[in-house]
Structure formats: C-alpha cells, structure tokens
Design a protein around this ligand. Structure first.
Ligand code: C2E
Ligand code: CA
Ligand code: CA
Length: 616
C-alpha cells in the first residue's frame, strides 16, 4: 500500500490509486480469511477445509503479484527517474524474496508469483530500455530463473522427506507383508474402544496356524510369507470390513469382534477355522494347514487391552495343547495355574540355592527275607506358600524351566552322602530325568562329583531311568549309559509297563533292575491279567539275570501274592512310606542291633522318625 501511494506521489497516474485499492482490499480479505481459519481450526478442521483455504490463498496471491508487477512496470516506463527505478526494483525484489521465503516449497505458486511480479518489471525494461534497461531485464530474468530452480529442487527434497516420513509412520503402524494393522495399532484400536464405550462387550480372537514353523522350515520363508498373506486375505474376507484385524508377528493374528453373544462368537471362530484349513496353493502345490484360536471376552474375562490379549493367548495355548485345529475360551483357572507355575519356577531357583531340595528315602526290600537291599531317594520340597509339593508337579516344571540338572545334582550329592554312611550291602537309587541325559557331560560330572565327595562305591549307586529315554536315538543313549556302567554305576528301568514296554530294551541296555509300575501292583489281587504280566516279566527278568522290584505295594495281600509269583523285591507304603534321612538312620540302628535275622517291620522305625518330620 505504501509503495502504491509513494508511486502515486512520484507519478500522478490513477493506476497507482487503483493498485492501492486492490492491495488494500486483497489485504483485508486475506486478514479475514486468516482470522476465519484460526477460529475454525480451533474447532477442528478437515483435510478439505485446509485445501479450500490453500486454494483461496493461491487465487488471491496471483492478482496481488500481478498488481505489484504492473506498478513496477508502470514506474520504469513513464517517466523514468531515479526514484521510480529505485521504487520499482526495490518493491519487486523485496516481494520476490518475500514470496520465496513463504512459498519455497510450493513451486506452482512461487513461479506464478515471481514471474508475474519480476517478469512484468523485466518486460517494462525490455519495452523501454533507456540506459542499462536490457541489463536490468537480464538480471531480473536471472532472479526469476534462479527462484524457479531453487523452488523446484527444494520442493523435490521436501516431497522426498515427507514420503520417507509417511513410510516410516506406515511401517510403525502397519504390517508390511499383509498390509494389516500391527500390534501397536491394534492396541490403540482396542484401547480407544474400551475408553469410548466401556460398557460395550466385545471379544478378542487370537489366532495362529498350527505347525507354521514346519511350513517355514520345509518349504522356505517365501512360501511361509505366501501362506501368511493368504491367511490374512481369508481372515479379512471372513470377518468383513467392520472387525479390526492385526498381524501380531509370525503367523499370529488378532481380531476384535464386536459381539457379545457366545454362540455367535463360537460360530465365527469355527468359520475362521474352516476357512483357514482349506489348502494353501504354493508354487503349484497345495500346503495343508490348520489353525487354532483363543478367545477372551471384554469385560467379563479381562478389562484391559493387555489382559485381553494375554488371556486370549493363554486360551490359544490351551487349544494347541489339545491338538490344534480348535478354538478355546479363556478360562481363569488356567491363568491361575500358569501364575502358580511361574511362582513355583521363581521360588524353585531360591530353593536350589538355599538347600530347599532334599531326598526322602523309601526302602526296597526282599520279598523273601524282608531284608532291605536299597533305598530309593525321592526329591522333596516344601514350598514357602503352597507347602509340600509333589515331585510329580515340580519335576516337570523344573524340566521345562531348565533347572532339572541342578536339582538332579543336588539329589545325587545328598543321596550318595547319605548312602556312604549305610552298611556296605545297602545301595541307593536315584531318579534321573530324561532331560538330564540331554546334557550327558553334565550328568556324568555330577555323578562323578557325588561319588568322589561322598566316597561311595559306584556299585552302590543305582540310577533309575524310564523307557522314554531309550526311544529316541537308542544308540547314543546306550553309549552314554555304558560310560556310567564302565564307572561301576548300575541302572534300573523304572515304571516298566507304562510306556512302550519293549522287551528288547531289557536285552539291549545294561540294566540291573526292572521296576514294575504300581498300576500293575495295585491291580495284582483283582486282575488275573496283571498277575500274569508280572509273572511273565519276572520270569524273563530272571532269565536275563535282572532283579525285579514291584513298586507300590500297599497291602499284605499284594505282598503275599507277589512273593508267591516269584517277584524278588518290593517297595511300597505297606512296608514303608518314604522317610527322611533320620528315619533311615533310626531304622538301620535297630536293624543292625537285630543283625543276623533282619528285619523289624521298617514301618515302626519310620513312624517313630515321622513324629518330628514333616510328612511328605
Ligand atoms: P517314581 O520314581 O515311580 O517313584 C515312586 C513314587 O511312588 C514315589 O512318589 C513314591 O512316594 C510313590 N509310592 C511309593 N510307594 C507307594 C505306594 O505304595 N502307593 C502309592 N500310591 N505310591 C507309592 P513321589 O515321591 O511322589 O515321586 C513321584 C515321581 O517323581 C517319582 O516316581 C519320580 O518319577 C519323580 N521323582 C521323584 N524324585 C525325583 C528326583 O530326584 N529326580 C527325578 N528326575 N524324578 C524324581
Ligand atoms: Ca523311581
Ligand atoms: Ca516308578
């Protein structure tokens, strides 16, 4: 506006007054638009609103630039003077720089503005060159070209950075392989659903393919990716547009199903399982796969996104445990059990360090003479909160959590140390988990150490193993067992009759004893079949020069019957429950006093010692 008025004072041409009016009006209109924009922006503008405002600015800015250009053109064409030149060039260059600063990233707008403004002035010089007119025009054209060049390259860079940003943002929120939401986006969706409508129930379905790892391992990752893409497509088709679906990683998918009716949720889960079990066409072949689904309902089974997903995962795990191709609802009992197991795991670690694991001993005795020939060491642990826990519970947990080696070593050490104090003809049996054989050097070192520290003769140590160890890779197992046998250690085949019960094992492995499982002993008086099996096994064992022990003798009748069918040794509650070391010591003292004609019923000594010991 000031330039227009100044120009009018130099040259009293009405054109400058008109320019003044145009600029003032345009300025007022723009100010209004800006205020309008700020006000509406507070209420939240949509993308279209931004575009409209941008367009209004664009359309407004061209006439504005043309007006400036026209003024400058007029200033240098009539009548030329120092002041008019200075004003024309000053205004044009000033504005050009201003446009450039504001619109460098919008080349279409900037080129229009600069061309209109500086171009018109250059035209003025060209049509009315005077002194240096061509030079001025060339300089101005240089300014125009430089601006165009800088603006275009700047714009390209801005676009590149913007696109890279968009791509990063996309990758942070979506899964590249399937185009589905990823876990973060899914979390957001569920969080927002819970915040927005806390009363509205829905279900989370956690889905994964059974044995996907096998597909990946056998057919390669490209085929695996293809299966995942196809899974995503089928899930999407099955669920329709309304249910958010996310890929959680690997072959895991999550679905939010807005449904509260259990039957409807179950029907949807079944439909998904059917759809996903159709063969997957991969490389002109068909891959067969099934899926499993875990379901957790909001708000009854969990109230937060995290808990919903975790519980659906627990339910999925249950579905898998039952063989897959299946869906399962979340069950709070399972969660409690998992928590318990986790607590047991943590406390187990402490107990290992604090001497919480120790053996109880149960005698193995001759059914003919009732002499005690051996004691089986059975692991005991009293949990600080849950009290005594059965080894049937904590041994599998220790095996899974990788702590069985340590517990096994502790048992070996304590059992050997105890046995070293017993009479020469009484041996000790220690149970060894199949998992301990996975690291044979460690087991070997533990046995050697226990024997060395206790001074026990290796022949008096008997390791009890189960058939499951012999099934996989029997050659390697035989080699390992032979190393122990070479050391002098003996082996028993535990729980015989419950597993594969292959008689060839008796011949192929260097066992000293077979322990007939308590399921046979328990039914020996009621089932002729059990009695026949025990008789046959005893006979074969006798031929192979193996000792037989019947486990789990609970009654006098069982004992009598077993002795009658030539079973050599027995073990069971009838004779004695497992007792602490003090019980063994008390028994051995009494037994030694009665030397010669052993043995007092062990149960008395055990009962005496049990008065002061926790009962496991
Ligand atoms: P197992 O090796 O078959 O041990 C015999 C189990 O039968 C013991 O249970 C014993 O208390 C129980 N038992 C003994 N007589 C009778 C009876 O007359 N009737 C009945 N119903 N049961 C009887 P426990 O001590 O609970 O041990 C259970 C299992 O835990 C053991 O079965 C063994 O497989 C495992 N285990 C125990 N200690 C250890 C250990 O130190 N290491 C490893 N790897 N496993 C162990
Ligand atoms: Ca055993
Ligand atoms: Ca057994």
């Amino acid at each position: 506006m000031a330039v227009a008025l100044s120009a009018y004072s130099i040259i009293s041409d009405k054109l400058f007054l008109a320019a003044f009016i145009v600029i003032t009006t345009a300025g007022a209109a723009r100010t209004k638009i800006i205020f309008d924009f700020i006000r509406r922006n507070k209420a939240g503008l949509k993308r279209e609103d931004y575009e409209r405002f941008d367009q209004a600015f664009f359309l407004g800015s061209l006439p504005f630039s043309i007006t400036i250009g026209l003024m400058s053109w007029r200033l240098v064409t009539y009548p030329p003077s120092m002041e008019s030149h200075a004003l024309a060039v000053g205004a044009t260059i000033g504005y050009t720089m201003g446009f450039f600063a504001r619109n460098a990233g919008r080349p279409n707008l900037l080129i229009g503005q600069v061309t209109a403004c500086a171009g018109l002035l250059a035209l003025g010089y060209l049509t009315n060159p005077g002194h240096f007119g061509y030079l001025y025009a060339a300089l101005l054209l240089g300014v125009v070209i430089a601006n165009i060049y800088v603006s275009i390259s700047l714009h390209k860079n801005i676009v590149r950075v913007y696109q890279a940003g968009r791509e990063t943002e996309y990758l942070a929120r979506y899964d590249k392989l399937t185009g589905l939401a990823n876990r973060f986006t899914f979390n957001d969706i569920v969080n927002r659903a819970i915040e927005g409508a806390p009363e509205t129930p829905f279900a989370i379905l956690f889905l994964d393919l059974d044995k996907f790892k096998e597909i990946n391992d056998t057919l390669g990752h490209t085929a695996g990716d293809e299966v995942i893409r196809e899974m995503a497509r089928r899930i999407g088709e099955c669920m329709g547009e309304t249910s958010p679906i996310a890929r959680f990683g690997g072959d895991e998918f999550l679905i939010k199903l807005d449904e509260s009716d259990h039957d409807a949720i179950a029907a949807m889960a079944s439909r998904l399982l059917t759809v996903l079990s159709a063969p997957y066409p991969i490389d002109s072949n068909f891959v067969h796969a099934t899926a499993s689904i875990g379901i957790c309902g909001y708000p009854l089974q969990a109230k937060t996104t995290e808990a919903l997903i975790k519980n659906a995962d627990i339910a999925l795990y249950e579905a898998k445990k039952e063989g897959g191709a299946n869906w399962r609802d979340f069950d709070a009992k399972i969660e409690r059990k998992i928590k318990e197991t986790r607590k047991i795991e943590t406390d187990m670690r402490v107990a290992i360090d604090d001497g919480g694991f120790f053996p109880y001993f149960q005698p193995i005795y001759s059914l003919k003479t009732r002499e005690v020939v051996s004691f089986e060491a059975l692991a005991r642990w009293s949990h600080p909160t849950y009290g005594p826990i059965s080894p049937d519970v904590f041994i599998p947990i220790a095996e899974k959590a990788g702590m069985i080696d340590e517990i096994g070593s502790l048992m070996l050490q304590q059992a050997c140390a105890a046995a070293a104090e017993w009479p020469e003809d009484v041996s000790v049996a220690v149970n060894v988990s199949t998992k301990q054989f996975a690291r044979p050097e460690r087991l070997f070192a533990a046995v050697v150490r226990a024997l060395r520290e206790s001074g026990l003769t290796p022949r008096r140590l008997n390791l009890e193993i189960t058939e499951s160890l012999l099934v996989n890779d029997p050659d390697t197992t035989r080699r390992i067992i032979q190393q122990f046998v070479d050391l002098g250690v003996q082996f028993s085949l535990d729980d015989f009759g419950t597993g594969y019960s292959s008689l060839s094992y008796l011949k192929d492995f260097p066992f000293r004893k077979i322990k007939i499982d308590k399921t046979f002993t328990g039914t020996v008086t009621s089932s002729a079949a059990s009695a026949s099996i025990i008789r046959a096994v005893s006979k074969i064992a006798a031929d192979l020069k193996l000792d037989v022990v019947a486990e789990g003798i609970e009654t006098a009748d069982q004992e009598r019957l077993l002795a009658g069918i030539e079973v050599e040794c027995g073990q069971g509650y009838y004779f004695s429950r497992p007792v602490p070391q003090s019980g063994v010591d008390a028994f051995l003292r009494t037994a030694c006093r009665a030397r010669g004609g052993i043995v007092l019923p062990f149960i008395q000594a055990a009962a005496a010692s049990r008065r002061n010991e926790p009962n496991f």
